[in-house]
Design a protein around this ligand. Structure first.
Ligand code: NAD
Length: 251
């Protein structure tokens, strides 16, 4: 699918990898709907890419349905969904802070995994009612993480949530294939986004040095480049692509 004049929805589009994807797709002529729970960030990025801001929480059925309808009124039915919204959170199972709280585990799973599925299903629900353009109706891209494959201490909920996103990719692609909708996932390694803003330059350099090549943190624009390619390449389906400079992390 070519992105020119195509309506796109990007969750977590108000920051980091989502914002970079908004810029990359807008540069290809797409009409961008920035979905974010941060109203301020959604508005900032939407203004930059001449799109619209959609203030919504990915875990809410009501809010995501409303965001899809609002975007449609402005841009027509969206044919691309980019799921980027996500949260982190580190804690040991039993540590100085006591036992890992179930509520914290559930919150991370809820945003990263259930939120991704919530947007995927509501986007697909609308998309199946319209006619395909050429070979396809639409494209869905999810965001996992290399944490889906790694086992870093403290990252138990995050890894489980991102493993879930990898796990839903192929069954979703096979399920929606009959509707001419493709589903793929990107599993990023270490990217320089607001998630890492707390780190000073030295810490960022030493983190980047763990990347075999290029020996640096990823640039969010490189994430946007892959997202564009996935939309444009009709043969790419059911796949999770690591975008990580060949990094394999120590525990
Ligand atoms: P970020 O914090 O810069 O952006 C995430 C955005 O998601 C924020 O704008 C936030 O407001 C939004 N968001 C969070 N919860 C939401 C919710 N419930 N509803 C709607 N919006 C919500 O982070 P980022 O680095 O751009 O990460 C984007 C995605 O990439 C996340 O899923 C993250 O887990 C994943 N990821 C990032 C890296 C990295 O190195 N930056 C590595 C691996 C995976």
């Amino acid at each position: 699918m070519q992105l020119k004049d195509v309506a796109v929805l990007i969750t977590g589009g108000g920051s980091g990898l989502g914002a970079a994807t908004a810029r990359a797709m807008a540069a290809k002529g797409a009409k961008i709907g920035v979905i974010d729970q941060s109203k301020e960030n959604a508005e900032k990025v939407a203004a930059e890419v001449k799109g619209i801001a959609l203030h919504a929480d990915v875990t809410s059925e009501e809010q995501i349905k409303a965001a899809i309808a609002k975007a449609e009124a402005a841009h027509g039915v969206a044919r691309v969904l980019m799921n980027c919204a996500g949260i982190g959170g580190s804690q040991r199972i039993v540590g100085r802070d006591g036992v890992y709280p179930l509520e914290k585990f559930a919150r991370i799973i809820n945003v990263n995994l259930i939120g991704t599925f919530n947007c995927l299903r509501l986007f697909a629900e609308r998309l199946v009612t319209i006619e395909p353009v050429g070979e396809e109706r639409g494209v869905i891209i999810n965001t996992a993480s290399v944490a889906a494959y790694e086992g870093q201490i403290g990252q138990i909920a995050y890894s489980a949530s991102k493993g879930g996103v990898v796990g839903l990719t192929l069954p979703a692609a096979r399920d929606l294939a009959s509707q001419k909708i493709r589903v793929n996932t990107i599993a990023p390694g270490l990217f320089f986004t607001p998630l890492l803003m707390g780190l000073n330059e030295e810490a960022r350099k030493s983190l980047g040095a763990q990347v075999p090549h290029p020996s640096r943190l990823g640039d969010a624009a490189e994430y946007g480049m892959l997202a564009v390619h996935i939309v444009e390449n009709p043969m790419l389906n059911g796949e999770t692509i690591r975008l990580d400079g060949a990094i394999r992390m120590a525990p």
